[in-house]
Design a protein around this ligand. Sequence first.
Ligand code: IMP
Ligand code: MG
Length: 215
Amino acid sequence: MASYLQIADDEKGHELELFCVPKHYENDLERVIIPHGLIKDRTERLARDIIRDMGGHHLVALCVLKGGYKFFADLLDFIQVLNQNSDKSVPLTVDFIRLKSYCNDTSTNSVKVIGGDDLSSLTGKNVLIVEDIVETGRTMQTLLSLLDECNPKMVKVVSLLVKRTPRSSGYRPDYTGFEVPDEFLVGYALDYNEYFRDLNHICVLTEEAKEKYKV
Ligand code: IMP
Ligand code: MG
């Protein structure tokens, strides 16, 4: 597996007061673990690595909704910048799929496709799956087997985050932004029951907030 930025288990992160967070979340967050600027810097490098490896052919970027949308948008912006400024460029098209596997802060056993494009259009294509976070790996393994039925030419996976957890199936994406401790993270489109997508930094939730937004 390619390299990634490792965030240690004892990483203290940063005090909330040092950054701008929406007023409505101020009491719900423990600390900032990955500031927005660092997410962007790491994403820029992932774009370069991906184009180096996959840049020969038309690329279909498949966004896993909803959590992947911020990372997807920023990653594709960086790929576009590379396309605009080099002698070689890759035609890029986009597809979307919506999966759901989470309730409160727990990954459930069933991964459901609840919307998105028809995957059969991916036959014979080079596909880059763009995901927010891999925890057990079940979501990605389910998606990969669904995609396999459509016979794409090549499939690679980029995940912004991979969680270090004993619940992991051992699955690892081809490209990883950060490896993070086994905590529930929100922000930069990662949600807790749909809240906290409207927060730029990746943060750790307080236990009180888990109760407050529980369904
Ligand atoms: P997996 O199937 O256990 O690998 O979980 C993957 C999915 O669960 C991700 O696509 C996320 O949508 C969600 N998820 C896992 N961990 C977190 C987290 O810490 N915060 C928010 N969502 C998470
Ligand atoms: Mg996701």
